[in-house]
Design a protein around this ligand. Structure first.
Ligand code: SAM
Length: 382
């Protein structure tokens, strides 16, 4: 290989970003997909991978948000050092002046304490690198850039990375329609993994909203790669990208897709618009027509024996909504107790307080973060 060697090429180490509280299970998923040396840390996982495994993880992993390939890591107390070190990276190996890029930065416990300012200096360095070399510079596009660059500045150490996913992985591409408070796809996938559901029992979501839990269950059961709809990957821009290997990874993963038995995955919601949104989204996924979605108030359902129920009831932000959310979760608890014996239910409660209103003994309580909200995923053995 000619040219500058980047950090990820020297040590084959990457960093998977993920939500708070799901670091361990992200690590488990990465290990299953072939990663080694998996080390969960705050909101992410360090791991090692060969290029084929890196492509597999990007294409198939359901829980991480992005996979970063570190280019350089250095002590960084001042913006001058940041700028100088960033200028030393041969950006022409990733990008041409006709293309676009975006920088996103996280900063903590460092002399440079503004993430926007840090991102700006890195952006200047990339632009100046090209201007000095070619007289032209790539433009910034923060929505759909050709190259996403990440800066992590922690304890005065900077890591500059390329986002090999090419944008957040929760954007699966199946969400055509949405209603209020959809779950993020990566969080829904994490909840499914926590539940251990493997298709041996039917899966039911009694308040499916736009169908995120149903869609993620379908994709997981049918082994539909999480990235099936994505065309633009960040790893295509890596200087050592191996197209033949990527084609093989994709072909192997696509070849493992299996059908979904009718009725294995079922959902319902009281809101007709939510049901329409769920159907529209499921239609985007192979096997989506096998998922049963009905407009029903859960109070009017007959009940379910020996199934896995996974659901995300409404959580109120304003006071009135909070009261209603408490009533709904209490009634859900009653419904489960009376009509779902032999089943296991996993309920994502929007707050610790809301959890107390369910009125049933929980056998597990898992703290999870839904955006900024601290929630609890609880298990009920019915
Ligand atoms: C937090 S949202 C679920 C979001 C969903 N997980 C998603 O990803 O789109 C809660 C849902 O509960 C539904 N709901 C509220 N009360 C209900 C009831 N009594 N029966 C059925 N669905 C209900 C609402 O219509 C709403 O779609």
């Amino acid at each position: 290989m000619t040219g500058q060697q980047f950090l990820y090429q020297e040590n084959q180490q990457y960093f998977a970003q993920c939500g708070r509280g799901i670091e361990e299970i992200t690590g488990e998923e990465l290990t299953e997909l072939g990663a080694t040396g998996v080390e969960p840390t705050y909101r992410g996982v360090h791991f090692a991978a060969k290029p084929g495994v890196l492509y597999t993880i990007n294409y198939c992993a359901r829980i991480p948000s992005r996979i970063l390939a570190p280019l350089a890591h250095f002590a960084c107390h001042t913006e001058k050092v940041l700028y100088k070190k960033a200028m030393e990276i041969d950006w022409s190996r990733f990008l041409s002046p006709d293309q676009t890029f975006a920088v996103f930065a996280n900063v903590s416990d460092s002399q440079i304490n503004h993430s926007k300012f840090a991102a700006l200096r890195l952006k200047d360095a990339v632009a100046d690198f090209f201007r000095e070399k070619t007289g032209r510079r790539p433009s910034v596009d923060t929505r759909e850039p050709d190259l996403w660059i990440n800066l992590n500045l922690r304890d005065n150490f900077a890591t500059i990375s390329v986002d090999t996913s090419g944008g957040a992985l929760h954007r699966r591409g199946y969400r055509k329609s949405s209603v209020l408070a959809p779950l993020q796809e990566t969080l829904a996938a994490a909840i499914l993994r926590f539940s251990g559901w493997n298709g041996e029992t039917p899966l039911v979501d009694l308040m499916c909203g736009s169908g995120t839990i149903l869609a993620e269950a379908l994709m997981a059961y049918c082994r539909v790669p999480a990235g099936i709809h994505r065309e633009k990957w960040g790893f295509l821009r890596l200087p050592d990208f191996d197209e033949t290997l990527w084609r093989k990874v994709k072909q192997d993963a696509d070849g493992r897709v299996r059908p979904c038995p009718e009725g294995l995955i079922q959902g319902s919601d009281v809101d007709g618009r939510a049901v329409d949104a769920a159907c529209e989204n499921l239609d985007e996924i192979p096997g989506g027509s096998m998922v049963q979605v009905r407009r029903r108030d859960f109070h009017d359902l007959k009940g379910f024996k020996n199934v896995t129920i996974i659901t995300n009831p409404p959580y109120g932000v304003r006071l009135l909504e909070q009261n209603q959310a408490e009533i709904t979760i209490r009634e859900l608890g009653d419904f489960l107790k009376q009509n779902c014996t032999g089943s296991t239910a996993w309920i994502l409660c929007g707050s610790i307080d809301l959890m107390k209103h369910i009125g049933l003994r929980t056998s597990k309580r898992i703290p999870l973060f839904n955006g900024p909200l601290e929630t609890r995923l609880v298990k009920l053995d019915l």
